[in-house]
Design a protein around this ligand. Structure first.
Ligand SMILES: *Cc1c(COP(=O)(O)O)cnc(C)c1O
Length: 382
């Protein structure tokens, strides 16, 4: 069994995909071909924002956003402790200081109370200026934007929505990628919408930031790329990847997201009485980057994972440790925050195989094995 069945997806899309790739090769316009501009329009329309600026990957997308806001030395940027490294790495790379917050067990997303405490601690210390909060739509579920927006407004923070996993997620009729002042996503192959290599995008409604981002991604270009008006980077989405994404976005909108949602519901039905299944609060939709369950403790997780592996079912642990436990962040001040939820989730979380192409038989096997293992070890205890 595949963890995320990308090969099957290609088989289904093969005819359209080969044609789309063939067209790029025929036109030989490998950088900034027409597909890139077309895709940007399609993505902006789907997400529901004015501007989409594609770039080389989701990490660069975050860096570009921080550059557009001039965030750097002396600035504090708040980041959930439970996320992929990039969410905080890019803050440090920009020269700013990442300040971590704990998460909520039910959604795996930023805990607004922890955020507010951290902002107040930074203000009380008086050394750094709070500038922005990176909200991560973890595993596909948008963060709590009602509460985070109130805190951001109160303390004058920008919201940088890291929707690398959130693409396709929604809240209150709006799509992920539209909640931040600037939002970013990733087209890494295993993300909800992935290309055939690296890719990313930035979203915003602000005209001024959009034109700044377009300049920053191509060497700080002015009127053209040989007129350089600021220091930028080289971070473009290849035409080939744009063509791939046009085909995949069509499938994503037509059926993939609904199919994944149906599979997630079946997991919930089949497992909710024996493990903690992810909850999708009312008004929210998940893009289902991952289907992550919580086992009772580290021992039960290890047993279930080993049992699944024995039966050819791959699983993953996202994530093994919090940001504050990463070696690279060992010197970071924690501003009095503790991360009890992140730490226990790291010991209990397990991501199950998920893709729109997971068959019902494959899924029933996963459910059956987990139930078998958990009821088996309960009997042993009894
Ligand atoms: C994948 C991911 C990124 C980085 O995206 P890349 O395209 O791999 O650079 C950033 N943030 C989160 C939450 C991610 O999952």
């Amino acid at each position: 069994m595949q963890f995320r069945n990308l090969k099957k997806q290609y088989e289904v899309l093969k005819q359209k995909m080969d044609e789309a790739i063939g067209q790029v090769l025929e036109a030989s316009s490998y950088i900034s071909g027409r597909q890139v501009a077309e895709l940007e329009e399609e993505l902006a329309r789907y997400v529901g924002v004015k501007h989409c600026i594609t770039c080389a990957n989701g990490t660069d997308a975050l860096t570009l956003a921080l550059m557009a806001w001039g965030i750097g030395k002396g600035d504090a940027v708040f980041v959930p402790d439970f996320t992929f490294f990039s969410s905080a790495e890019t803050v440090a790379y920009a020269g700013a200081t990442p300040v971590f917050t704990d998460i909520l067990e039910d959604t795996f997303n930023m805990d607004p109370e922890s955020l507010e405490r951290a902002v107040q601690a930074v203000l009380a210390e008086g050394k750094l200026k709070p500038r922005a909060v990176v909200t991560v739509d973890l595993f596909g579920l948008p963060a709590d934007y009602d509460r985070i927006r109130r805190i951001a407004d109160q303390y004058g923070l920008y919201i940088l929505e890291d929707a690398a996993q959130g693409f396709g997620g929604s809240y209150d009729g709006k799509r992920a990628g539209s909640f931040g002042d600037i939002a970013t996503t990733s087209f890494f192959p295993a993300k909800p919408l992935g290309c055939y290599g690296d890719g990313g995008a930035v979203f915003t409604d602000c005209d001024e930031w959009a034109s700044l981002l377009r300049s920053l991604r191509i060497h700080g270009k002015g009127s053209d790329k040989y007129d350089n008006v600021r220091i930028g980077m080289n971070s473009r989405l290849d035409t080939l990847q744009a063509a791939v994404l046009q085909v995949k976005l069509e499938a994503f909108r037509a059926y993939e997201l609904q199919d994944t949602d149906r599979i997630a519901s079946r997991y919930a039905e089949g497992l909710k009485d024996c493990v903690k299944v992810p909850s999708v609060p009312s008004g929210y939709g998940s893009g289902w980057a991952q289907y992550s369950i919580l086992l009772r403790d580290e021992k039960e997780r290890a047993e279930v994972q080993a049992y699944l592996k024995e039966h050819d079912v791959p699983t993953m642990i996202y994530y093994q440790k919090g940001m504050h436990q990463q070696t690279a962040f060992q010197e970071c001040s924690l501003y009095g925050e503790h991360f009890p939820v992140t730490e226990q989730v790291c010991r209990r979380v397990l991501a199950l195989p998920l893709s729109p192409y997971l068959t019902e038989e494959e899924q029933q096997k996963v459910i059956r094995l987990i139930r078998e293992k958990i009821s088996g070890s309960k009997e042993e205890h009894a």
